[in-house]
Each structure stands twice: as structure tokens, then as C-alpha cells.
Design a protein around this ligand. Structure first.
Ligand SMILES: Cc1cc2nc3c(=O)[nH]c(=O)nc-3n(C[C@H](O)[C@H](O)[C@H](O)COP(=O)(O)OP(=O)(O)OC[C@H]3O[C@@H](n4cnc5c(N)ncnc54)[C@H](O)[C@@H]3O)c2cc1C
Length: 480
């Protein structure tokens, strides 16, 4: 045993369970505070740790050409409890890692409960943690209880904790056809951080616009769950299909207005309507469709948004949606080691930091646990390199995202904050250098080129991860 003070982890979900496990791996005691079964959320059904509230899939397990598969592999190499339990209870699912949800959650629960460094306290933490908890990881997820949400909101400011995500689709820059689209800000305004050519514009003729509106109206939509419908929706962003229902011209006077833009491919003419995309990450590889939050089904989004000129071959890093969620404006509020700048004894992990998905939530738990344990042990907190999937996710939530707070759009109207939850994808990782030709001297093209690029990024990520784990494991070894 150890006489070191424990780290407190609030929430025994995907992120909290992984964080606690990583803390014990560094020889540091941990107390897990989980409110279930005393108080349930609207989605959980059991008292088990790491309960999967919906699907039983951790998505693709191919580390060579899938970003989520790469994240799996990095987490395995970093000693993840969530991945170990998933591997042990996997079910046949083609190239995906799907699990027996009950056996999976039972294993996570049992391994944590049986660990000599783990104490479990059942009950809600309904406000800010007591002052004598000097190191805390808040991993309370998208359905954080109202008492704790209110306390965090009081600490961060009202606009910095959202209760809904209103997600517009995000497109890989390289899939946008620039022989149709062009770069220009409305009225060429440069704004505080711009150049006057900060948006990518996709023009529509009257005929294309009318066909697009008809498709939006007919497209299949998802509906709100009963408990989502009663949640206050702060950002006030209407889904585009709801705007379209209000009248054929509503979008043309809203997010698709063509004013202040001249199409260089048509001698500077004004289009009938324009879809704008705005840079979404510091790398410039991802662009979001401005004002295009939607509740259309995912397959429908792909079909309908590829009707937009310039986006016919669009590859989507994220599709749109509106969901009940609780998440921080992390790029502004958290430091590089996931600590709340305003109160550094509090770290955040999981979906509440603005990642999306079971595996991504657990991944941020893994990082928060390691970073908190390093700090408790007096070691340097070294975040993973940005070239790894773990580092890229951390970068998205703490630094890689473009902040637009206080900024205004081309016509001087204030803009809502743009940080939204994101799954891991290759657009978050810097590109790797790739030879133009294969071993036989043949030019690499099309799908082969995409695969080769992804493979090169994955190989680099694993090599860089190993180096980072080496750096990290030396102090941990010394602590044991
Ligand atoms: C309805 C719904 C469906 C989803 N479906 C999927 C899906 O199919 N696939 C996918 O990849 N992702 C899905 N997600 C998104 C996300 O991946 C999951 O929510 C994931 O569980 C998030 O992990 P987490 O650890 O951040 O939070 P959670 O796993 O939710 O864990 C948070 C824990 O904190 C506890 N807690 C909350 N407040 C307190 C408090 N004040 N004190 C003590 N304990 C507290 C909760 O009981 C819970 O156990 C879904 C989300 C929702 C809301």
C-alpha cells in the first residue's frame, strides 16, 4: 500500500474507469465516486462501471487505415483497461470491435473493485468537490447530474458549458472541388484573424437551390428522445431542414445568402445561393459547413450534401446532429494537461471535454489518469505528441481548434462558439510525407493514395507513441 493522498475520480463511466486504472498503474491510490444506482441518468440502466448506453460497437479495429482503429492500438499499447476488457469480450462483427456489453462492463467493474489501490464510493457529487480533494478528475459524461453541472457552470461562466451539441458537418479539405468552390470572406472582410479569403464558397444556381430545398424537406430525419426534447437548447441554432420548412427562401436569407461574394469561376458573378465552409482546425485540413446543423439521418446527409456543387466527392470527417450533451468550451478553459485553468486541482475527462464516442471518451480518461498520476508523483506531465491519435484528440480539445469567441461574421453579427464534439479522424493528425511512387516505380493514385497516406500516418503515430510511452514509463517504473 501507499501513504500517498488519493486522486478522486467523479464518474465510473468509460473515461472515469480508464482514468482510475491508469492511476493505479502508476502506484497511486484512487477513489471512484459513482452516483449510480442511487441516482440514475436518463440513459444508463445498471450500476456497472463503463456501461455502454447504446450501441455495443467500438467501431473499426483496423489500425493501419482507420483512425479509430489506430486509437484502439495506441490505447492497447498504453495498457488500457477498456481495450483489454473489450478484446476479452469481443463478438464477431467483421472488421469492427463489438463487445458483449454485460460481460465487458462486469469485467471493468470487477477489475477495479478488486484492485487494492481502488476505493469505490457510491453517491452523487452534487456540487464542487470538497476543498481537501486536491486532485480530482471530473468524468461525469454527457449526462452529468444537474447539481454538478450548475457548479461547473458557476466556475466557468454560463456560456462555457453547453447542454446540447448542434453539430454541422465537417468536410476533409482535400475532398472539396476547388474548380467549383472558391476562397473568399463576405465583402472580403479580413476580421481580427483573417485574410479576407477565409471561407470556402460553394455556389448554387436557382435550379440547384430548389432541388436542394426539396431534398432537405423530403430527407429522412431522426427524432428527439423524450428527455432530450425537454432540455433547454441554448445556442438557438435551428436545424437547416426546420429553416427550409419555414419557407423556400429562408435559407437563402440565412446561412446560404449569396451577398458579398463573387464567383471567380464565373467572371465574378453572384450565385443564387452559397454554402460556406469555415476552417475548423489549426491544421486547415477540416472545414465545417456554416450553419448546417441538422437532424437528417447520416446516410441522407451524405446523399443530400453531395448535391452541393463543389461537394460532389465530399468526404465527411463528422456528420451533423443535435443531441443532449454536456461539454465544456475546452480550448478556452482547459490547459494542455486537461486541468481547468480557473481551478487547476480539477481535471476533466471523457465526453464532457468535447470528444465524441465511447473509445474517444476512454482515451481522454487514459490521458487524464496518466497526467494526474504523474503530477501526484512529482513527475513532468508530458502530453503525447500531436502525431499520435491520443495527441491529436488532446490537441482538438485543448488547442488545435480555431477559437471564434467574440468574433463576428462577415456582417458584424456575433457568432456562437464553434467548438463542437468530434470523433477521432485522420484530419486531426498532421499529414505524413509520402513518396509519389510505389516500390515498383508506379504512381500512387486515387483510393490507393488515400490508403497509403493513412498507413504512413498510422506507422508514424505508433513509433511516436512508443517513444512517448518510454518517456512516461521510466518515471513510473521509478515510482514502483
Ligand atoms: C443516449 C446516448 C447514446 C450514446 N450512444 C453512443 C454510441 O452508441 N456509441 C458511442 O461511441 N458513443 C455514444 N454516446 C456518446 C458517448 O460515447 C457515451 O456517452 C460515453 O459513455 C461517454 O463516456 P463518459 O465516460 O464521458 O461518460 P459516461 O460513460 O456517461 O460516464 C459518466 C458517469 O458519471 C456518472 N455521473 C454523472 N454525474 C455524476 C455526479 N454528479 N456524481 C457522480 N457520478 C456522476 C454517471 O452515472 C456515469 O456513470 C452516447 C451518448 C448518449 C447520451
Amino acid at each position: 500500500m501507499t501513504d500517498r493522498q488519493p486522486i478522486h475520480v467523479i464518474g465510473g463511466g468509460l473515461a472515469g474507469s480508464e482514468a482510475a486504472w491508469q492511476i493505479t498503474a502508476a502506484g497511486v491510490p484512487v477513489v471512484i465516486h459513482e452516483m449510480r444506482p442511487e441516482r440514475m441518468t436518463d440513459a444508463h440502466k445498471t450500476d456497472a462501471f463503463a456501461e455502454l448506453v447504446c450501441s455495443n460497437s467500438f467501431r473499426s479495429d483496423d489500425w493501419e487505415t482507420s483512425a479509430i482503429g489506430l486509437l484502439h492500438e495506441e490505447m492497447r499499447r498504453a495498457g488500457s483497461l477498456i481495450l483489454a476488457a473489450a478484446d476479452r469480450h469481443k463478438l464477431p462483427a467483421g472488421g469492427a470491435l463489438a463487445v458483449d456489453r454485460d460481460a465487458f462492463a462486469a469485467e471493468v467493474t470487477q477489475r477495479l473493485r478488486a484492485h487494492p489501490l481502488v476505493t469505490v464510493e457510491r453517491g452523487e457529487v452534487a456540487g464542487l468537490p470538497p476543498a481537501d480533494w486536491d486532485s480530482v478528475i471530473v468524468a461525469t459524461g454527457p449526462l452529468t447530474s444537474p447539481g454538478l453541472s450548475a457548479a461547473v457552470q458557476a466556475l466557468t461562466g454560463e456560456g462555457e458549458l453547453a447542454f446540447f451539441d448542434a453539430i454541422a458537418p465537417v468536410v476533409h479539405r482535400e475532398s472539396i472541388d476547388m474548380s467549383v468552390a472558391w476562397a473568399q470572406s463576405r465583402y472580403d472582410k479580413a476580421g481580427p484573424a483573417g485574410t479576407g479569403a477565409d471561407y470556402l464558397n460553394c455556389p448554387m444556381t436557382k435550379q440547384e437551390y430548389e432541388a436542394f430545398i426539396a431534398a432537405l424537406l423530403e430527407g429522412e430525419k431522426t427524432s428527439f428522445k423524450e428527455w432530450e426534447a425537454s432540455t433547454p437548447y441554448f445556442d438557438g441554432c435551428l436545424p437547416i431542414e426546420v429553416m427550409a420548412e419555414r419557407g423556400a427562401e429562408t435559407l437563402r436569407f440565412g446561412p446560404m445568402k449569396p451577398v458579398g461574394l463573387s464567383d471567380p469561376h464565373k467572371g465574378g458573378a453572384r450565385a443564387y445561393a452559397v454554402v460556406q465552409l469555415r476552417q475548423d482546425n489549426a491544421l486547415g485540413s477540416l472545414w465545417n459547413m456554416v450553419g448546417f446543423q441538422t437532424k437528417l439521418k447520416h446516410a441522407e446527409q451524405v446523399r443530400i450534401f453531395r448535391m452541393i456543387p463543389g461537394l460532389k466527392e465530399a468526404e465527411f470527417a463528422r456528420l451533423g446532429g443535435l443531441h443532449r450533451n454536456t461539454f465544456l468550451n475546452s480550448p478556452k478553459l482547459l490547459d494542455q494537461t486537461l486541468r481547468l485553468r480557473a481551478e487547476p486541482r480539477l481535471r476533466f475527462a471523457g465526453q464532457i471535454t468535447g470528444v465524441e464516442g465511447y473509445v474517444e471518451s476512454a482515451a481522454i480518461g487514459l490521458l487524464a489518469g496518466r497526467l494526474a498520476a504523474a503530477e501526484r508523483s512529482g513527475h513532468a506531465c508530458v502530453p503525447p505528441p500531436a502525431t499520435t491519435a491520443l495527441g491529436a484528440l488532446l490537441g482538438h480539445i485543448t488547442g488545435g481548434h480555431i477559437l471564434v469567441d467574440g468574433e463576428q461574421d462577415g456582417e458584424g453579427a456575433p457568432r456562437a462558439r464553434s467548438f463542437q464534439p468530434m470523433n477521432i479522424n485522420y484530419g486531426l493528425l498532421p499529414p505524413a510525407l509520402l513518396p509519389d511512387k510505389d516500390g515498383g516505380g508506379k504512381r500512387i493514385k486515387g483510393k490507393d493514395k488515400t490508403r497509403a497516406k493513412r498507413h504512413a500516418v498510422s506507422l508514424r503515430a505508433l513509433a511516436d507513441l512508443e517513444a512517448w510511452l518510454g518517456v512516461r514509463s521510466a518515471p513510473q517504473a521509478a515510482a514502483e
